[in-house]
Design a protein around this ligand. Structure first.
Ligand code: S3P
Length: 446
């Protein structure tokens, strides 16, 4: 399905983005591991997080759904307990990398059972060696195609706690190992060379798990640099999550924040947005670029900080992004490339080779997508360089089935001279089914 996004007037108004995808995946998994019933307020109703609900149902959790809004569900999940998942041969993870990489941590430590996790074409190309290796160090019995790619088969085994220095800055790897650590003998520590989002840590602590982190609470600095971090989890007898509230997704809000900066005369107010320090690197990057942003912290959603973010259009300057800032903005780097097209001077992103392992190779797909619209952008091994200033002419951009590329194309269309036809726009349903309608509401088109 292709859809056209024409340049129009300013974007104005307020919007609450859909519930956070990362936190929703974790909420369903942690609730399924729980001893009793967990209430999840505001679970994301999108293709990716539907895959996780089906997975926990297949493992025996009882999920009852009540609609809260078009993209949000209120759930009651009766868990099977830490040691109670049913052996179910095949789990379809769809397009969800987070599900593929976190769930095996729970299954690896079971006394009995064998599970195979597989998904769509994109998942089949996404590396799982990053969890296979450390899980094996813990004593897990896991196998994957060439030890590297899905399908991934997990047979329950006795696990031992380890100290693991992760070579990739990945919240998915960290979460997988912390969850496996709940079922291991002795404590499990993960040392991250660069801190990543800590949603799992917050949720496990709230469920009664003994978990310590070497720099808990350190605020993000202007350049996004945080010191390396050690997170240690102790084995647990049971989890009691009770209630989990999911804030709005910063990564979804980011599309409208950048759209407002680029479309003259815009002012948008994003409400109820989660501002976990491991997620908001984009705010520091855009501020350095000269963006007009206001961030006002409001009431928290459970253990996650929440804010209203106001973005206004204005001139931008190019910037350099690298080091510890990269994991804090990993899903928003395509938007940095887009903003860079409209900024004065060069915008250069380095140290972001992880982008090659996302729903698409996001270095290749962003560079070829934006070039097709008239951008002067070059790929490098671990990032990209944009020669800014000229904006975008417009044309056609192929989402290549990647939800963030589809939404990037739509925003590029609004800011371009001639508009953008996004081929495969329906990929947006993976994380944000109501994206088109929300965009139209800010553009005053409904
Ligand atoms: C996620 C972590 C990041 C991110 C992904 C979601 C998570 O991936 O890109 O969209 O929910 O933990 P990595 O952990 O692979 O960096």
């Amino acid at each position: 399905m292709s859809e056209r996004f024409a340049p129009g007037g300013p974007l104005r108004g307020r919007l609450t983005p859909p519930p956070d995808k990362s936190i929703s995946h974790r909420a369903a998994i942690v609730a399924a591991m729980g001893a009793g019933e967990t209430s999840v307020r505001g679970y994301l109703d999108a293709a990716d997080t539907r895959s996780t609900l089906e997975a926990v149902r297949a493992l025996g959790a009882n999920v009852s759904e009540g609609a809260a809004s078009t993209t949000s569900l209120d759930l009651r999940i009766r868990g099977v307990g830490l040691r109670g998942p049913q052996p179910h041969s095949l789990i379809d993870v769809g397009n969800a990398g987070t599900l593929m990489r976190i769930l095996p941590g729970w299954l690896a430590g079971q006394a009995h059972g064998e599970w195979t996790l597989a998904g769509d074409e994109s998942i089949a190309q996404r590396p799982v060696d990053r969890i296979v290796e450390p899980l094996r160090l813990m004593g897990a019995d896991v196998s994957a195609t060439d030890d590297r790619l899905p399908p991934l088969t997990v047979r329950g085994a006795e696990l031992r706690g380890v100290e693991y220095r992760s070579p990739v800055a990945s919240a998915q790897v960290k979460s997988c190992l912390l969850i496996a650590g709940l079922l291991a003998r002795g404590p499990t520590s993960v040392i991250e060379r660069r801190p990543t989002r800590d949603h799992t840590e917050r949720m496990l602590r709230a469920a009664g798990v003994e978990l310590s982190s070497s720099d808990a609470g350190t605020p993000v600095t202007v350049h996004g640099e945080l010191p390396a971090r050690r997170v240690t989890v102790e084995p647990a007898a049971a989890l009691e999550p009770g209630e989990i509230s999911v804030p709005g997704d910063f990564s979804s809000a980011a599309f409208f924040i950048v759209a407002a900066l680029l479309c003259r005369g815009s002012e948008v107010r994003m409400e109820g947005v989660g501002i976990n320090p491991g997620r908001i690197g984009l705010l520091g990057i855009l501020t350095r670029m000269g963006a007009g942003l206001e961030v006002v912290e409001t009431a928290a959603a459970g253990h996650e900080p929440v804010a209203t973010i106001v973005a206004r259009s204005g001139a931008l300057q190019g910037t350099r992004v690298g080091g510890g800032e990269v994991p804090l903005a990993i899903d928003e780097l395509p938007l940095v490339a887009l903003a860079g097209c409209f900024a004065d001077g060069e915008t250069i992103v380095t140290g972001a080779a992880e982008l090659r392992h996302k729903e698409s190779d996001r270095i290749a797909s962003v560079v070829s997508g934006l070039r097709g619209l008239g951008a002067e952008i070059e790929a490098t091994e671990d990032g990209f360089a944009v020669a800014g200033g000229a904006g975008l002419r417009g044309g056609t951009l192929d989402s290549v089935g990647d939800h963030r590329l589809a939404m990037l194309g739509a925003i590029a269309g609004l800011a371009s001279v001639e508009g953008v036809e996004v081929a495969g726009f329906d990929a947006a349903r993976i994380s944000y089914p109501g994206f088109g309608a929300d965009l139209a509401s800010l553009a005053g088109a409904d």
